[in-house]
Design a protein around this ligand. Sequence first.
Ligand SMILES: [Zn+2]
Length: 110
Amino acid sequence: MTRRDYQDPTYKRNRASILAGSPDCHWCGKAKATQADHLIELDRGGDHSLENLVPSCGPCNAARGSRYVNHKATQRIAARNHAIGATTVNGLLDRQNPHTDHDIPTLFDQ
Ligand SMILES: [Zn+2]
């Protein structure tokens, strides 16, 4: 989100609206909310409507933001790997299921 987005009058109005009355954080429910968090990020098509904003404490908002950035980076890497025909990390993990060769009871267990 750019600085210009925070100056959007709709965002400012709705942010003030959902933070009125000092609500608890939507995510952890423990801390008082001090920020308005976008459920759908702006660059993914979200807007500043009340339906897309929830009250959030600073740490939860920051954690969600970094997860989103990581998610986007992961998607970018996956797309690049797909383009060059590389095996994905997930595919590798699926084949290394640790329970496959163990946990099979045998007659010798008695
Ligand atoms: Zn929180």
